[in-house]
Design a protein around this ligand. Structure first.
Ligand code: AKG
Ligand code: FE2
Length: 340
């Protein structure tokens, strides 16, 4: 059966530990990852209050005047921290497709609770552990975002254990590749569109995510997320209340030699008739990109290649893969830096 909709998977039977339930959850996830690379999870155990508080805190930040938001502006293109104003990134450029900047503004945060030490100061670690930039307003921004980041990391670790089972590996197979993860939390606001987009301009251009998996929550505004099925058509990803939308990223596709698909996705513009209608066209999302350690080598799993099925990818460290992708997407700044 083809997946014309994104499947919903209840992971409670996995988290509760009953062996039959664990196998069933892993089986469903394998199917979703083979066919469409997207699924929704329920039974994940994350408190709705935490999700709501994080969403509201992000919303309060985006409602601040631009000058205020620019106080934590991304310091340089190679540093994935801080605020990026409208059209400051073009995601389709990560796949070599030139397009105008995406119609979104965002805040990027990286690893928290970094212990420090030799591993974190090697030349290859450069840029991956930059300090986060915290705004003065809203006042609770930092504790809320740190709490959300930690909880998402825990959920991602649970999902990676399910992925290992789904690939017939020991449950802890991925742990030493993600225990110093480069995961990133990104808050995105796609404002209502008062002016029509220029040709080729989307809310987010078509791209794949770079890491292992992405955990997304968003409102249900029109002008939403679409995932491209392996058979070539676009499927609307409509979030179910209480569920997270999960998609897998490039690292899983390389590890599995294309058995699992790092699905192309994009965020489309709202219909012109709704332009300027703030109530229904503003989209906001909280996106947690789970990403391996910078020195984790992403190399095809032994079970995914062999006679008649050659390796399709050369091994690469995650740090190198991420840097290539990230740097390709940076556009010329749309807003001039403020005068000193
Ligand atoms: O905001 C969304 O729904 C998706 C964003 C996304 O795909 C990304 O930033 O990688
Ligand atoms: Fe994405």
């Amino acid at each position: 059966m083809k997946m014309h909709q994104i499947p919903v998977i209840d992971i409670a039977p996995f988290l509760q530990g009953d062996p039959e339930g664990r196998r069933q959850v892993a089986h469903e996830m394998n199917r979703a990852c083979e066919e469409i690379g997207f699924f929704m999870v329920k039974g994940h155990g994350v408190a709705q209050d935490l999700i709501d508080e994080t969403y509201r805190t992000a919303e309060a930040f985006f409602h601040l005047p631009l000058e205020e938001k620019l106080t934590i502006r991304q310091p340089a293109p190679h540093i994935s921290r801080g605020y990026t104003p409208l059209a400051g990134e073009s995601l389709s450029a990560s796949l070599g497709e030139k397009a105008p900047g995406d119609l979104k503004e965002m805040v990027d945060m990286g690893p928290i609770d970094v212990p420090g030490g030799e591993y974190y100061s090697r030349p290859e670690a450069a840029n991956h552990f930059e300090p986060n930039l915290w705004p003065a307003q809203p006042e609770n921004f930092r504790p809320v975002m740190e709490r959300y980041y930690r909880r998402m990391n825990r959920l991602a670790n649970d999902l990676m254990a399910i992925f290992a089972l789904a690939l017939d590996l020991p449950e802890d197979f991925f742990f030493d590749k993600i225990d110093k993860s480069l995961s990133a939390l990104r808050l995105i606001c796609y404002p209502e569109q008062k002016e029509p987009p220029v040709p080729g301009q989307l809310r987010s251009g078509a791209h794949t995510d770079y890491g292992t998996l992405t955990i997304l929550t968003s409102n249900r505004a029109v002008g939403g997320l679409q995932a491209r099925h392996r058979d070539g058509y676009w499927v609307d990803v409509i979030p179910e209340p209480g569920c997270f939308v999960i998609n897998i990223g490039d690292a899983m596709q390389v590890w599995t030699n294309d058995r699992w698909v790092s699905t192309l996705h994009r965020v489309v513009n709202p219909p012109a008739a709704l332009s300027g209608d703030a109530g229904s066209a503003r989209r906001q999302s909280l996106v947690f990109f789970h990403q391996p350690n910078y020195d984790a080598v992403i190399d095809t799993l032994a079970s995914c290649y062999g006679p008649g099925r050659p390796k399709r990818y050369d091994p690469i460290t995650f740090g190198e893969h991420w840097t290539r992708k990230w740097m390709a997407t940076k556009t010329t700044p749309a807003v001039q830096p403020m005068a000193a």
